[in-house]
Ligand binder design. Sequence first.
Ligand SMILES: NC(=O)c1ccc[n+]([C@@H]2O[C@H](COP(=O)([O-])OP(=O)(O)OC[C@H]3O[C@@H](n4cnc5c(N)ncnc54)[C@H](OP(=O)(O)O)[C@@H]3O)[C@@H](O)[C@H]2O)c1
Length: 236
Amino acid sequence: MKYTLVTGCDHGVGLALAEQLALRGYRVAACRMNEEEHLADGLAQRFPDQIQVFSLDISRDESVRALAEGLPFPALDLLVNNAGILGRMESGPDESLDFDLMLQVINVNALGTLRVTTAMLPLLRRGEQKTVINISSEAGSIQDCERTGWYGYCMSKAANNMQGALIHNTLRREGGRVFQIHPGHVATYMRGHLDTTAKITPDISASGILKTVLDGNHETGTRPLYLDYRGEPLPW
Ligand SMILES: NC(=O)c1ccc[n+]([C@@H]2O[C@H](COP(=O)([O-])OP(=O)(O)OC[C@H]3O[C@@H](n4cnc5c(N)ncnc54)[C@H](OP(=O)(O)O)[C@@H]3O)[C@@H](O)[C@H]2O)c1
C-alpha cells in the first residue's frame, strides 16, 4: 500500500488529485480547509477504504501539528502541497498595496507549504518514494516574470520554489525528491468565481501532474525539477 497526503482538497486541483491518486491505488489523506465544503466527503464515500478526510489550515502551526499527530499512516510515499490562495491581483505598484493580505498569502503559499512538509518529514522518511509535489505556479518564476502586479502571489510562489529547493537538498541525500509544479491555467474558483478564461479542467491538470511525476522518468538531480503539468520545464 502506498500512502499520500494532499492539501486543499475542498475543490479544484486538490480534489481532482485526491481522486486520481485513489484510482492509482494510493491511500489518501484528503485535507480540506473548510468543514462546510463536502466534496471531499463525497469522494471518501466513493473510496471508503482509501480516502479519509481531515481538516487542515496550513496557515496555523496548531492545525498542522494536530494533523501530524493524528494521521493514522505508517509512512508517506507522496506529499502533495496543493493548498494556496491568490490574494489581490493589483495591476501595479501605484495601486495601494495591501501588505496585511500579502502576509497572509505568503503565510499560506510559502510558509504553509514548508510547515506541512517539515511536520510530515518523519513519515516521509519512512516512505519508499519520499516524493514531495509542491503546486507552485509559473507566477513564481523570477526569470520569466512579465507581470507588473500580483505582488503577494508572485512573491509567495517564488518563496515556495526556494523552500522546495532547500527541502530537496535534504531529501535527495535520503533517496527522495521534490517537484515544483505549475498546474496550468485551470478552471477553478481561486479568483472567487469560476475562471472561465482558463484553458484546462482540474481533471486534466491533475492527470498531467501525476503522469509527469509518477510515470515520467525524470532523473533525481541535485536541483529539484520545476515543471508544468505536461512535464515541460520552467525557468527558475
Ligand atoms: N487555477 C490556476 O489557474 C492555477 C495556476 C497556477 C497555480 N495554481 C495553484 O494551484 C493550487 C490549487 O489551486 P486551485 O486552482 O485548485 O484553486 P482552489 O480551488 O481555490 O484551491 C485551493 C485550495 O486550497 C485551500 N486553502 C486555501 N487556504 C488554505 C489554508 N490556509 N489551509 C489549507 N487549505 C487552504 C482552499 O480551500 P477553500 O477554498 O475552501 O478555502 C482550496 O481547497 C494553488 O496552490 C494555486 O496557487 C492554480
